[in-house]
Ligand binder design. Sequence first.
Ligand SMILES: C[S@@+](CC[C@H](N)C(=O)[O-])C[C@H]1O[C@@H](n2cnc3c(N)ncnc32)[C@H](O)[C@@H]1O
Length: 335
Amino acid sequence: MYVLYSQASTKETKFTSGPCTQVLKPACFNLSTSAYWLFQWNLVAQFTCRISVVLFFGAFFCNCYIGKNMDLGDFGKGRMVGQLTCDSVIEVKRLGYAFLRFCSSSQIHQHPLPMIHVDAFLYDDDVVDSLCEEGKMSRSYCTECGSYKTASLEFISHSFSLMELKFLYQHVLPDLTGKVVVDVGSRLGAVLFAGYLYSSASQLYGVEMNADFCQLQEMMITKYEFIDRIKVVHADICTQPSLLQKADVVVMNNVFEYFLDRQEQARAWEFIACNVRRRGSLLVTVPSLEESLSKLQADVQLSQWVEEVQLNYDVYMEKDVDREALEQIHLYRIL
Ligand SMILES: C[S@@+](CC[C@H](N)C(=O)[O-])C[C@H]1O[C@@H](n2cnc3c(N)ncnc32)[C@H](O)[C@@H]1O
């Protein structure tokens, strides 16, 4: 027997459930007839609401607990939901849904933001994640049309991060005292500025074909007085053979992949392979040469041009380490 209490009148009204369908008239009730019936309807409504709560949880536990020897602590965890019979889960969901509909006047439906009501008792985060992965649920919606059919965007960086730059100058490259570094496609100047601060390279050249990026780099060089060791050349790298020929280190971070079509990429790689030829000079690439060239019809004989220098990616111990990103960095020695 369940006992519910109502605060509908100043006097406490007591209901009994189970076989009881009777609504008890509060003591000392002294209103007009219509007010009396109004009050009675109010009580009936409240009673129905409360009995639904009881039925909901009653059915819930009957379905899930009785005869299945489950412990409630376990049931609360998503994995137990998977062990329930299909019928009981459907029933719990049906009752849950009916209950939600019944509470239509509650705050749930008045929330101004788009919201999905997911009871963690039934679906924990892992279950929701898998449903999202399977495309059965969505954690996002389109703010224009409200559609749940959304997909995650891929993010790509067109410059080295601070972590990658530190790794490059502190763990990949040897002492650069007196050496010439050329960054092919210098963009914002990250490789040049880091080279100025983290190495003793005598000259750092950036070659960039985009005029706006060249202007940006010039502004920073002036502002931070890097002019004595950094120079930016506004040009297509394929017009700069002598610069490549005198470089001790050439850095190529995803230079062509997103900026040239396949034929242009193949031509540019052939030009690089022809002009980065100084024996013992170093070439840093992201991704590997093998990966870049595998998609192209370029006449580059890797085995006759370079040998790969194995890098120790574990050497970078700082807490912001993104190992996957570091593993994209490759070092080659020119043969
Ligand atoms: C991915 S970004 C490299 C950014 C920079 N090196 C870094 O690591 O921070 C590639 C840059 O190469 C430039 N680029 C592409 N093809 C080029 C070419 N043939 N000559 C010169 N610059 C080029 C693009 O404009 C782009 O700014």
